[in-house]
Design a protein around this ligand. Structure first.
Ligand SMILES: [Fe+2]
Length: 320
């Protein structure tokens, strides 16, 4: 299918429509239609009964390109006694896990969510694709990114597993039988073509980034992550209540890319300039931050003071 709606997603589930037609009730879930102006596209909010955590259905961020998000635990503890202006203490705070599904003549899933969301990613693939999955691409063998690889391949045994050619521990991660790709390698999906790149700012030696050329989307995996509030799930960066600032980006990078404390800052700045020049993305789809669709280069530029701060002040904490 080329688009998704809440009703089509729920068509395989037992449900009951509320009198005003806006709320669906399942055996253990309720589905609330969000205001159009809050989402910019058809979007629904799953709420688990008696739970503070909400679940958001996949969002179509470009034709046939779907964003699937896992909130994970509440990270409000990452904010100290002097909360920044962007922080809302009445809300929860999350570091997302994101995956992206392209539904073209052939389909491709980029990363898998964590094992805490196995059912969700399997359901999303089934609900969004008319046919079975063709390619499963893992950016690197880290649990939040690749933790559902075996389960997805069990459900879609015909899917081709694609992994980075970089690093030398493929056998350790059971990736020795995968198709290994790297800089310059492409997969033609029909209307869309994805291309792979060595990760400029990696989280592991066995790691790669991806772009999609038709939409000029950059998938920089662990780069450009930042926390979002529970009410901001699947909201574009420009839809957040407060604009993204370097200190918000430090919350993530100071914990995950803590090796920035050892870098030559000017060299990293030069690399950021190169990325802006060479990729010039129209959209950035990170693994741990909400999607950026307006002025992506400004956000990439914003990483310069982030690196400066981590290089000066050191690691800010752990993600855990
Ligand atoms: Fe990550």
């Amino acid at each position: 299918m080329s688009t998704t709606t809440g009703s089509s997603i729920l068509s395989r589930r037992s449900r009951r429509r509320s009198p005003d037609g806006s709320v669906f009730e399942c055996a253990f879930l309720s589905l609330e239609r969000l205001p159009e102006e809050a989402t910019g596209s058809a979007s629904y909010n799953f709420k688990r009964s008696r739970s503070v955590q909400s679940y958001w259905m996949p969002r179509e961020i470009a034709p046939d390109l779907f964003w699937i998000q896992e909130n994970g635990t509440d990270r409000s503890g990452f904010v100290d006694d002097s909360p920044p202006p962007w922080y809302d203490e009445s809300d929860t705070l999350h570091i997302a896990q994101n995956t992206y599904l392209i539904d073209d003549e052939q389909s491709l899933l980029f990363d898998t969510l964590s094992p805490a969301s196995t059912d969700r990613i399997l359901d999303a693939i089934d609900d969004l694709l008319e046919n079975s999955l063709d390619y499963l691409v893992v950016s690197h063998p880290d649990v939040p990114h690749a933790g559902n690889t075996a389960r997805i391949l069990d459900a879609h045994p015909e899917a081709e597993l694609v992994a980075p050619r970089y690093g030398n521990a493929h056998e350790l991660y059971h990736l020795d039988d995968a198709t290994h790709v790297g800089a310059g390698d492409r997969i033609d999906l029909g209307q869309r073509t994805v291309e792979f790149h060595e990760a400029t700012f990696p989280d592991a030696s066995l790691h790669m980034w991806m772009t999609e050329r038709t939409t000029d989307t950059l998938f920089p995996v662990d780069w450009l992550g930042y926390p979002h509030h529970g009410s901001e799930g699947l909201a574009f960066a420009d839809e957040l209540d407060a604009p993204i600032t370097p200190d918000r980006l430090v919350v993530f990078h100071g914990r995950v890319m803590f090796w920035y404390q050892y870098v030559d800052v000017e060299t990293v700045h030069d690399e950021i300039d190169r990325l802006i020049r060479e990729f010039s993305p129209a959209m950035i789809a990170p693994a741990h931050g909400n999607v950026i669709r307006e002025d992506p280069a400004e956000y990439m530029e914003m990483m310069k003071p982030v690196v400066e701060r981590i290089a000066t002040e050191g690691r800010t904490g752990t993600l855990g």
